[in-house]
Ligand binder design. Sequence first.
Ligand SMILES: Cc1ncc(COP(=O)(O)O)c(C=O)c1O
Length: 435
Amino acid sequence: MKSHSRKTGKRAASSAASNTVLKDASRHLMNTYKRSDMIFTHGRGCYVFDQSGKKYLDFLGGIAVNALGYSYPDLVKTIRREAGRAVHVSNLFHNPFQGPLAAKLAKWSGMDRAFFTNSGSEAVEGALKLARIAAKQKPGGAKKTRFLALEHSFHGRTFGALSITHPLKYREPFEPLVPGVDFVRLNDVADLEAKFTGEVCAVIIEPIQGEGGIYPVSNEFWKRARELATGHGAALIADEIQCGLGRTGKEFAYQRLTGLPDIVIVAKPLAGGLPLGAFLAREEFAASFSPGLHGSTFGGGPLTCATGLTFLETVERKKLLENVRARGAELKAGLKKMAAKFDFIREVRGEGLMIGVDLDVEGAPYVAEALKQGLLINCTHDHILRFLPPFILTAQQAKEGLSKIESVLARTERPAKSAAVPSATAEALALAAAR
Ligand SMILES: Cc1ncc(COP(=O)(O)O)c(C=O)c1O
C-alpha cells in the first residue's frame, strides 16, 4: 500500500515537472520547431526513453548524430576524463587532440588539412570562404566569386549556407542573401555544363542529399563536376555532414564516386553528439589560408576533439562500417519487400544506414503512429520517411525495426493524397531518368 502511494506520488511529481518544462518552453523558447510534447530523458544503445519511462527504438539517431547510440561507454569515458582536465584552452595554443584528430580525418578522407567548427553550418561557411579565397588568389581570379549548388540541397541556416540551400521556403523569408549562387538540377550534366562558367569558384554537392529526400548523385554527374572544377580552377566541395563519416558504409559517400573532392565538410556524428564540425581540404586549397583569415573561439576544443578521436577509433576498432553495410542491406531488403505489399510506397532509396522510403501520401501520420509503437523516425519533404539508425544497430534490432515499420504501415489510416505530395511530377520523373 505504502509503495503504491510512493509510486503514485513519484508519478504526480514527474508529471508536474514535465508540465513546467513544457510551460517554460512554450513561454520562453523561440518558435522555430514543431515539437511533440514528448520529453526524452535518457538513452542506452539504440534505445531512448521518454519522461514516462516508455522505450523507443531510435531510427532517427538525433538526425544522423548519434552514430554510437546513447551513452556509449567509450564516449562516456572520454567525456568524463576530459571534462575533469580542460574543456577549453582557446585556439591561441595547441591542445593534445586537435592535431591527431585532423591527422585521422586526413587519413579517412584523402584530404590534407582540417579546420574545426561548432556545427555543420559553420563548417559550410568556412568551406565557402576557403573556396572563394583560393579562387581569388589564382591569376585572373578576381572575377571567380560565384557558387554552384544543387536543386533540393540543404547546407544549413546561416546566411552563406542558406544562400546555397535550394528550397525557397528556407531562403525567401531572409532575402537578400549572399549573391552569385546558381542552382543546378540534380544529375543533369547539361545543366551543370551550362552554368559552370569561368566565374564559378566552387560547386558544392551532397553525394547523397539528406534533407532533400535521400537522392544520390550519379557517378556521371560527379565525374563531370570534378572535370569542370579542375578545368576552371574551382573547388569541388562535398557536403558530407549527413552522409559522411561512415553513414553509408564507407568512410565518405564520395568514395563510391570517381574523383576526390577538394574540400570535404563533416559534422553531425563527429563527436558523438557534442557539437563539432570540420572542413577538410587538399593542400592546394588549404594553402590559401594564413593567420587571421579565419577563426573560431570554441571550434576544436580538447573535450570535443578527444571525443571525436574516440568516435573514429571506435568505428575502426569495432569494424562498424561492415555493420553499417550489413544492417543497411537487411533494412533495404525488408523495406523493398514492404514496397511490393503496400502500393503507396513509391521507392526505397539510400546506402548503408541512410534510407528513404518515398510515399505517394503524406508521411506525418506514419511518423506519429511509429512514435505510438515505440519507434523514432522522421519525414522529409512531407512524404519521404527517413531512417538514420546508429551504426551499432544489431541484426535483432534491425528486425525489430522492420517489424515495427510494417505494423505502422499496416495500421495507419491511409492519408488522402495531398497537394504537398507531388504525384510523380515531371521533377520526380526527371530525377529518376537521370539516375
Ligand atoms: C547536408 C547538411 N549540410 C549542412 C547541415 C547543417 O548542419 P548544422 O545543423 O549542424 O548546422 C545539415 C543539417 O542537417 C545537413 O544535413
